[in-house]
Every structure is written in C-alpha cells, then in structure tokens.
Ligand binder design. Structure first.
Ligand code: NDP
Length: 402
C-alpha cells in the first residue's frame, strides 16, 4: 500500500486518477496536484462518484517551482510521483523527487519551452543521481512512448533472435465531430508534428521534410489510412536498447482536413513559439492558439471510432526471416464511459497507472533512470489486458512496409 501523487489535471491526469482509484490495494492514498486547483477538484469529484476509494486529495502546485514541489511532497510524503502535466516540467519534478527521496514516472520526454526539440539526453543525465539515491525514474510510460517500447521488448523476448526492422504505427480512426482539434495538449502536439521527420537507418538518423513520406496502411478494425513518417521520441531509446535494429520508423495517420488546417495554422504564424507583442503584452502564438482550440479533455462525449497503435517488426528467428505485428485497439466511447476522457488520454493514462503499479509492488525495480523497454514486459502486458487495453498479435503478418 503506497501513497501516490499525480501531477497534471488534464485528460491524462483524469484517466490516471480514475485508474489508480480502482486499485486502493496498491494506491492507498492519492493526491492529484496541478496548476489550477479547481480542475483537480472537478476530476476528484467525478472519481469519487465512480469509485469507493477512501483517500483522495487535491492540491495546487506549480510544477516548475522546485521549492513548491518539495514542500508539497514533504507534506504528503508519497512513494511515487506520476507526472502527467507537460514535458516542460520533467526536470523540475525529477529534481524535487531527488531532494525528497521519491520515485518518478512520466509519459513524455523533456523539451525546453523556447525550442521545439525533444530528446532523452536531459533526463538520461539524471541516471547516476537516481542510482546513487536508490530511486527509480521510469521515462515515457504512456502508449507511445510506453506500450510501444514494451511491445518491442516483448517481441525481442518471445519472438526474435534478432530484430532488424521496426515500424511503430499509430492510427486514430476516431471522429470527434470538430473541424479541428488535437487529441492531447495542442501546444505539445503541434510542436511535435510540425517538426522535421526523422528515422533511424544503418546507424544514422535520416531527416525528412515534415509530412514528406506517406504510406497507405491498413489498421485492424479501422481500414486503410494515410500514414505519415514522423519523428517520435521512443525511437531514440529503442535503437539504443535494441542495437540489432537496422531501421526504426514511426508512422501516424492524419486526415486531409486536419493537414489543411495545420498548414493554414503554420502559414499564418499561429504555430510560432517566439513571443510577439500584442496590445502591450507579450504572447506566444501557439499558447494563444491552445486557448481557442477545443480542450482535448472535452472531446470524449461524442467521440466515435477507435485508436489502433502497434509495432510491426521484421527480423530473424531460428535462422529464418519472421514478421510480427502487435497492437491494441481502443474505443473512444468505451474510454469515455469509464473515465470521462477520450481514447488518446485513456491509452496514455492506463499504461502510466500500470507502470506505477509494477514499480510500487516491486515487479519493476532498479535504481536509476530507465525507459520502459528496460523492464520485464511480461507483467506489464498481462496487466494491460486486465486494465482496459487488451492487445493482439499476428505472426507472419503482412507488414505493408518494405
Ligand atoms: P493537458 O493539457 O490536458 O493537461 C496538462 C495539465 O498539466 C493541465 O491540467 C495543466 O494545468 C497542467 N500543468 C501545466 N503546466 C503546469 C505547471 N507548471 N504546474 C502544474 N501543472 C501544470 O494535457 P494531456 O493530459 O493531454 O497530456 C498530459 C501529458 O501526457 C503531456 O505531457 C503529453 O505530452 C503526454 N502524453 C503522452 C502520450 C503518450 O502516449 N506517451 C500521449 C498523449 C499525451 P492547467 O489546467 O492549469 O493548464
């Protein structure tokens, strides 16, 4: 039985709070803390209606302020922080964990606010400090990154002697009925997808123009969708942790309508992260855009369709070439009915809770900073089936990607 502190009262924080509250035998006391206290209270009020959890608390905190975090942690004394606020706060929260002796878990790697760039180096640099403190930091424990890393570890453990080609395929086959909306924090999402594409091949990173490479792929229970090559953060850790990989790529589906909106947003400067002066005030266009776009947390109610995210892998098993596809499909409506959040928040929040549970029950352990694929995939995948994200696999699949 452990106390856990969840930081971030957005769509993902809502799911994590719901799912942790379903397991009081592990998460005996839960504190949801975020910048806006009323959002924590609203989520906890919903969770109280849905669960019998006896000890749910809320607090306001600025997660970019280490002394504030340290004071709150010392008051509540959690064993673990599940960080599902924004990637900008990764380092301050890790710092506060080190100062107070608390384990750490997040779902997105650090990126500085003033530069649309994300990489693990900043967080990996904390490895020795976490190791010396005997603490565990689990990085990227959402779906992608997160489950995709565990899927890859499962493939390496149970299906291949050597993995050579990895394609992570991410399809949102859902329809929320809005002209344009992002499925998670718009600022983080738009920064991610408007970057140059990048993939790994033969020991090198190959850069492409944004959305320059497109492939039509078939997704289980959804059908064919245009899928675009993007850079995604788990590629960095996966090629490091599975050095037999000759190529690793990431694909995400986008509809024409979405891409047209995105082009307009970029062309008129609304995706900019440099402050501009407006009526005597400095504003960042992308932050302003976030304020006028639909809140991703509000998309759930009329969201139909499913997400489908998985790994397509080719390599060697028993001296012969083998292909393998492992994936999960998640229904937006089922996610909403259970937690009041849409599928993208759900597919992020369930793995975060699952990783937290494994850490707190000692099934995942180790002192230092780790990506999810460093741990045993078996208990994680067993729990994923149980907790709402059942996965499927196909050996000998047509991977569609040469
Ligand atoms: P939201 O924007 O809905 O929620 C973020 C929350 O963090 C908000 O409640 C916000 O507060 C809070 N917050 C922001 N800044 C601070 C701060 N300085 N101190 C305290 N709280 C703060 O985002 P999502 O829930 O959609 O996403 C959460 C995280 O999950 C993001 O990091 C995202 O990148 C990650 N993610 C990971 C995925 C994966 O598969 N690995 C997929 C999807 C998301 P306020 O309400 O006051 O603005």
């Amino acid at each position: 039985m452990s106390k856990v502190m969840i930081i971030g009262a957005g769509g993902v924080g809502r799911v994590v709070t719901h799912k942790c509250a379903q397991h009081p035998e592990v998460f005996s006391e839960i504190l949801l803390a975020s910048r806006t206290h009323s959002k924590c209270e609203a989520i906890v009020a919903d969770v109280r209606r849905a669960s019998q959890h006896p000890a749910l608390h809320t607090a306001a905190v600025d997660a970019e302020d280490v002394p504030q975090l340290v004071a709150l942690i010392r008051k509540f004394r959690p064993r673990l922080i599940i960080h599902v606020a924004l990637p900008y706060q990764d380092l301050t929260i890790m710092e506060a964990c080190l100062q107070t002796g608390v384990h750490y878990l997040d779902t997105a790697n650090y990126e500085p606010k003033d530069e649309a760039k994300f990489e693990y180096s900043w967080q990996w640099a904390y490895h020795d400090r976490f190791r010396r403190a005997g603490l565990t930091a689990i990085l990227g424990c959402g779906f992608d990154p997160g489950v995709t890393g565990v899927f890859t570890a499962h493939a390496a453990k149970h299906h291949f002697d050597e993995m050579h080609y990895l394609d992570i395929v991410d399809c949102n086959g859902g329809d929320h009925g809005k002209a344009f909306a992002t499925n998670f924090n718009p600022e983080i999402n738009i920064r991610e997808i408007t970057q140059k594409g990048r993939y790994y091949e033969n020991g090198e990173w190959v850069e492409t123009e944004p959305f320059a490479i497109r492939q039509r792929l078939h997704y289980p229970n959804i059908g064919a969708r245009d899928s675009y090559l993007l850079y995604h953060e788990e590629l960095e850790s996966l090629v490091k942790n599975f050095p037999t990989l000759r190529r690793a790529r990431f694909w995400m589906t986008f509809g024409e309508e979405y891409l047209t909106h995105l082009r307009v947003i970029q062309n008129i400067g609304m995706a900019g992260i440099e402050p501009v002066s407006f009526r005597g005030q400095e504003i960042v266009p992308l932050e302003f855009l976030k304020a006028v776009l639909p809140d991703p947390g509000s998309l759930g109610e009329n969201y139909s369709g499913e997400t489908s995210i998985g790994c397509r892998i080719r390599g060697l098993a028993d001296g012969a070439e083998k292909t393998y596809y492992i994936w999960n499909n998640c229904s937006h409506q089922a996610a909403f009915d259970e937690t009041g959040a849409q599928g993208v928040s759900y597919t992020t929040g369930v793995p975060a809770m699952t990783g937290a549970m494994l850490l707190l029950t000692g099934m995942w352990s180790g002192a230092g900073v780790f990506n999810v694929e460093s741990f045993d995939p078996d208990p994680f995948l067993a729990k994923l089936n149980e907790y709402g994200l059942p996965w499927q696999e196909e050996v000998g699949a047509d991977l569609e990607l040469p």
